[in-house]
Design a protein around this ligand. Structure first.
Ligand SMILES: CC(C)(COP(=O)(O)OP(=O)(O)OC[C@H]1O[C@@H](n2cnc3c(N)ncnc32)[C@H](O)[C@@H]1OP(=O)(O)O)[C@@H](O)C(=O)NCCC(=O)NCCS
Length: 329
């Protein structure tokens, strides 16, 4: 049995936060943000809109496009670092309940911006082992809830949204997810972190609200992201005897245009091969790859059989890549 990437869906909040608006909140300019990140605007969820609300909307679209019935979903895995509740219940169980799927296996995983690659690897493993048949994977983030809007080093980067995909069992090898890499280096955990909210910090009561916001060593993260991702994508292509020119769509995690360009240039990819949404959504962490893929799909540019290369890098530190054909109905 193989695992096929059957369908994609996404949800994008309506409120837009532009660089101009941010430049009135912190000491920055549209020119600086555009030049250093490629971001022009990002979406912000409504105050009462939760991560699970966005996840459900993305999931409903993905299921509608998958050719399977909602009731045939047997597992839901959500990648998020901005869950509805930090300890329990998991966002995946909230999503399952909101969708009327109370008997499925449901859990969250925490791999920050690499979350979607991690949930994809989990879906593949469960399907290939024969344990599950139709897995709903979701990357959903309300990053605005954990972002410090007085810190110009981070608040310019992040946005909200959700993306979802249905991964199905298939006997057709041409539909199979080809390969996946997932990795982590915990020694660099302090490059990107939210220090509050866990047993890792013994001084909970004394912490200020800012401690639950993202703290980032931006420049150090940037350099290691470029180096690590470049090596990783070269490796996954070589391992699978695939040339960069065989890739129809390179769909990278949308953190910074300069990171995407550096990796694309290292592979000598043409502009048409590289999917870019960072200018309009910013960095939506675990949601960014499926949101970008959904845009491609809705523009009519993603067709059955198209070979996709995904890559991502984020807190943990974690990183990964995936090589797979789109197996849409
Ligand atoms: C955050 C990031 C855009 C900063 O860009 P950079 O080129 O590395 O910039 P630096 O952090 O070296 O800062 C350069 C200068 O710009 C300033 N600066 C930082 N943010 C600024 C902002 N929003 N507006 C204006 N100036 C800013 C810094 O204070 C620094 O000033 P100094 O030289 O006087 O000290 C970039 O490092 C990045 O994208 N990092 C990776 C982020 C990421 O991918 N995170 C998630 C993992 S996926």
């Amino acid at each position: 049995m193989y695992a096929a990437f059957r369908s994609i869906g996404a949800y994008v909040p309506t409120k837009v936060l532009t660089n101009e608006e941010l430049s009135k909140m912190v000491d920055t300019t549209d020119e600086w943000i555009t030049k250093r990140t490629g971001i022009k605007e990002r979406r912000i969820a409504a105050v009462n809109e939760t991560t699970s609300d966005m996840a459900v909307k993305a999931a409903e679209k993905a299921i509608e496009r998958s050719g399977i019935k909602k009731e045939d979903i047997d597992m839901i895995v959500v990648a998020t670092i901005s869950p509805d509740y930090f300890n329990m219940p998991s966002t995946a169980t909230v999503v399952a309940h909101k969708m009327g799927l109370d008997k499925v296996t449901a859990f969250d995983i925490s791999a920050a911006c690499t979350g979607f690659i991690y949930v994809l690897s989990i879906a593949k493993a469960f399907i290939e082992s024969g344990m599950k048949k139709n897995v709903l994977i979701i990357g959903a983030e309300k990053m605005s809830a954990i972002t410090d809007y007085t810190d110009r080093g981070t608040c310019i980067l992040f946005g909200d949204g959700a993306g979802a995909a249905v991964i199905c069992a298939t006997e057709d090898k041409s539909e199979a997810i080809t390969d996946l890499h997932t990795a982590a280096d915990g020694s660099l955990g302090d490059f990107l972190m939210t220090p509050d909210g866990g047993t890792g910090n013994p001084h909970q009561a004394e912490l200020k609200a800012e401690a639950s916001f993202i703290q980032m060593k931006g420049n150090e993260t940037f350099k290691i992201a470029v180096r690590t991702l470049t090596n990783d994508v070269v490796e996954i292509l070589a391992d699978n005897n695939t040339k960069a020119s065989d890739i129809k769509h390179f769909i990278p995690h949308q953190a910074n245009y300069r990171i995407i360009k550096a990796v694309g240039d290292a592979l000598k990819l043409e502009k048409e091969q590289v999917v870019l949404t960072v200018h309009k959504y910013g960095n939506t962490s675990g949601a960014s790859i499926p949101m970008a893929m959904n845009d491609l799909y809705e523009e009519g540019k993603l067709e059955k059989g198209d070979l996709m290369l995904l890559d991502a890098f984020g807190g943990g530190l974690t990183w990964g890549s995936a090589l797979l054909p789109f197996a849409g109905k």
